[in-house]
Design a binder for this molecule. Structure first.
Ligand code: AMP
Ligand code: ZN
Length: 312
């Protein structure tokens, strides 16, 4: 008798029909439950098992002396604005709006079909990356000590993406190691993580490549900013084929901000020089998708070394 899926749920069907070449749709259906909004999903237990393994795996590679901070999915609007995000990426920004006023005012508003028009902005935006709140926080503590500072941060992030192909979420999780210090300390951090990131991908059995990259700056002026970022080699990405071999997906990024954040927040080293900053970012949801795409949907069939590294 041929394989029969009668009576089974879609997720089980996909699981039991697993082959090593899983197409994007099957991958998504097996791991994520769609919501009415593109790029926003509920994540299954299977998906989260791998996310948790990944989080633990990354923690094991934390440098000694790293300060751990976990941020909520929202952050100060003023801080994000001062960081330059509003002008660089206004098309990706999401902000928190609420209904304000007396009980009577709010009651009258919610009874109207156009209640959305009556929303007003709060002092909160949705964090577009995990590292933004670190720089003002570190600056408030005074000069950076001679050895530099490293933070381990994470948050749920939001970007108002215009498409929702596999791997492009509006709401996703980002983990980052962030370095603040002298220009040399930040360059060393970034070079070391460029190698470490590749080693981590190898330990997870992920075929990957490193490529120079630029951020999706807004508009015509943004193209110049992107070119300058490329010319100065300020951003590299670790790419894995999730959607296709031809258009591999960025699963990690290695960023050097030079003195951008120290100019905004007056971050200095002990001798009063402007500090430099850099970060390595792990796209947790994309890394999990890359793992399922590479090793299949049955965790028991994943290579023993990968399972050991992920403690699954
Ligand atoms: P970036 O700040 O753009 O370098 O993002 C850091 C990492 O977050 C990327 O390397 C991706 O792995 C992940 N990421 C960025 N945008 C998205 C998105 N729309 N959906 C899922 N993951 C994302
Ligand atoms: Zn960052």
């Amino acid at each position: 008798m041929g394989r029969s899926f009668v009576g089974k749920g879609v997720r089980e069907q996909v699981l039991s029909s697993q082959t090593s070449e899983i197409d994007a749709d099957s991958l998504m259906r097996a791991l994520l439950v769609p919501s009415p909004v593109g790029g926003v999903y509920a994540r299954t237990g299977l998906f989260e098992t791998v996310i948790e393994g990944l989080a633990f795996f990354i923690s094991r590679h934390r440098d000694p002396g790293t300060e751990v901070l976990r941020f909520p999915p929202v952050m100060s609007r003023t801080q994000l604005e001062r960081s330059g995000y509003l002008h660089s990426f206004p098309h990706l920004l999401g902000s928190v709006s609420c209904l304000k006023g007396s009980e009577a005012t709010i009651r009258a508003v919610v009874d109207q079909p156009d209640w959305v028009e009556k929303l007003s902005a709060t002092e909160l935006v949705l964090s577009p990356a995990a590292c933004y709140p670190v720089y003002p926080m570190a600056a408030a503590r005074g000069p950076i000590p001679p050895g530099g500072l490293v933070f381990d941060v994470a948050s749920d992030c939001f970007r108002h993406e215009s498409t929702s192909e596999i791997g492009r979420f509006q709401s996703f999780r980002m983990r980052e190691f962030v370095c603040l210090g002298t220009p040399q300390q930040v360059l060393d951090f970034r070079s070391r993580w460029l190698l470490l990131g590749q080693r981590l991908a190898k330990q997870l059995g992920l075929e990957h490549q490193i490529a120079p990259a630029s951020d999706p700056f807004f508009g015509r002026g943004g193209r110049l900013a992107a070119m300058s970022q490329l010319e100065q080699s300020l951003k590299f990405e670790l790419l894995v084929a999730i959607r296709s071999e031809e258009e591999p997906t960025a699963c990690m990024s290695f960023n050097c901000h030079r003195d951008h954040f120290s100019a905004v927040w007056n971050l200095t080293t002990e001798n009063g020089d402007k500090a430099h900053t850099g970060c390595v970012a792990f796209g947790m949801d994309r890394l999990a998708l890359a793992l399922f795409k590479t090793h299949g949907l049955d965790l028991k069939k994943w290579p023993a070394g990968v399972r050991k590294n992920l403690s699954i």
